[in-house]
Design a protein around this ligand. Structure first.
Ligand code: NAP
Length: 346
């Protein structure tokens, strides 16, 4: 069979508005027939981005059937799982069904199980059936089909970690990779939303580098998650606090660091209105890494200006070379972290 020639960045799949790339597009053509630079995936499970899932859950008042209907409606209207309110997506796992002639052959043979490492907001997707909505993890078991472009990274599922644990970790693997790049041994590091997936993985990277000479401070609202961080022994201070309360966060970090504040603050919260907390917790000239999808550029920019804080602010790029293997390696290195992730998501 001869496939049609596809555009490198997937422009051939964009229906509306014409000419834009698949991520910002409103609607994609998800027809499950491969172009020459695509791979077709039989989808088994979606990991909905946490900011998106928190919004869907709130709107559906925790009703899984309503969430399933919301997801079906978004995917059938947009040809992708792109939450119009949060702008975020997630990732998926599935089995390679078909590969176009120009799709890089590295491992993506039919029958291989893979996880996509690009957002569902640019992944053409059809869902035939939603089998189960997991309210506790944001994972959705589905029967569906998705298309991956040659330009999009993916990972072959490893055999030594349960698939759903891999899915949850790979969704956020940009955060620990950037943390590993940013933390220096003497740094004071604050992680907001430290008890979630990206928070724990970032804490672990911060602890590896700054655990001896520096200080690692975990801020998390969920009491059970705070207990888990304590048991993992990957933070000097674990503070159970609402990260939307900017003054309380500032005062807690000021006290814990004896007035020095953080050299680096990593924002991994899944709810809005935490921009100023991250900014106020950080020293003059320090760095704020906004991984959270619930962060608003305007609130961060204007909040820093209003507080007269000269901090560097970084957008949480979900991609960094080697990000997937670094995140999975963290689980192999730290058995206790592995246990927590597998217990929650595996
Ligand atoms: P997660 O596992 O849900 O973790 C978020 C954590 O924040 C949870 O422990 C949550 O507690 C806690 N939290 C919620 N409200 C809080 C508050 N007011 N104060 C303090 N802690 C609070 O989320 P994740 O999957 O790690 O994702 C974290 C963020 O990164 C989300 O916004 C997600 O959308 C975003 N993300 C970004 C990228 C990227 O490429 N930049 C990729 C994937 C995800 P509960 O469990 O009690 O709610």
């Amino acid at each position: 069979m001869v496939c049609k020639k596809g555009h490198h960045y997937g422009l051939h799949r964009v229906i509306e508005p014409a000419g834009v790339l698949p991520q910002p597009a409103w609607k994609l053509d998800p027809t499950p027939e491969v172009y020459d630079n695509e791979c077709l995936i039989r989808v088994e499970c979606l990991n909905i981005d946490s900011a998106s899932f928190a919004q869907l859950k709130k709107e559906a008042v925790n009703d899984p059937d309503r969430i399933a209907r919301q997801i079906m409606s978004i995917v059938s209207e947009r040809g992708k799982m792109h939450n119009p309110l949060t702008g975020s997506g997630g990732i998926l796992i599935g089995t390679v069904a078909e590969v176009g002639s120009r799709f890089p052959s590295a491992g993506a043979q039919p029958g291989k199980k893979i996880a996509t490492l690009v957002s569902l907001t640019l992944t053409p997707l059809t869902i035939e059936k939603i089998r189960q909505v997991h309210l506790d993890t944001g994972q959705i078991d589905v029967d569906g089909q998705a298309v991956l472009f040659a330009s999009c990274p993916f990972a072959i599922l490893p055999g030594d970690i349960p698939e759903k644990a891999v899915l949850s970790v790979l969704d956020v693997c940009g955060a620990p990779a950037q943390t590993a790049r940013l933390v220096k041994p003497q740094h004071r590091v604050v992680v907001l939303g430290a008890g979630g997936k990206s928070g724990l993985l970032s804490l672990y990277q911060a602890w590896k580098t700054a655990g001896r000479q520096g200080q690692v401070i975990a801020i998390e609202e969920n009491g059970e998650a705070c207990e888990e961080i304590l048991s993992l022994n990957i933070a000097h201070d674990v503070i159970c606090l609402d990260a939307t309360n900017s003054l309380a966060v500032y005062e807690a970090v000021d006290k814990a660091t004896k007035g020095a504040l953080a050299d680096l603050t990593i924002n991994c919260v899944n709810v809005p209105d935490t921009e100023l907390s991250a900014i106020l917790a950080t020293r003059e000239g320090g760095v704020v890494y906004f991984f959270s999808m619930a962060v608003s550029f305007a609130k961060a920019a204007l909040g820093a200006e209003g507080a007269g804080k000269d901090v560097q602010m970084m957008i949480g790029n979900g991609y960094a070379p080697g990000h997937a293997s670094l995140a999975l390696e963290s689980l192999r290195e730290c058995g206790d972290l592995f246990q927590v992730i597998v217990r929650r998501y595996g």
